[in-house]
Design a protein around this ligand. Structure first.
Ligand SMILES: [Zn+2]
Length: 73
């Protein structure tokens, strides 16, 4: 599965070694087994593209996490 190396790291936890492409009825999803983050699309290429896009948007996720942490305090 060479795609796995290509799509890492996980946009949520930054892990790259526990990613998997999982097929299910009606689609494919990229999943991180470290934090259980997953992105599902109708086919593998779309799922990978969406995953990569999410990685590029990781700054937005960090901001969201920061907000969440502030709310917790
Ligand atoms: Zn993860």
């Amino acid at each position: 599965m060479e795609e796995i190396a290509e799509i890492s790291p996980c946009p949520k936890c930054g892990g790259g070694s526990n990613l998997a492409i999982v097929g299910f009825k009606g689609g494919q999803s990229v999943e991180c087994w470290s934090c259980h983050f997953s992105i599902s699309r109708t086919d593998e290429a779309e799922a990978i593209a969406a995953w990569k896009q999410r990685v590029n948007n990781d700054e937005i996720i960090n901001i969201e996490n920061k907000k969440r942490r502030q709310n917790d305090n």
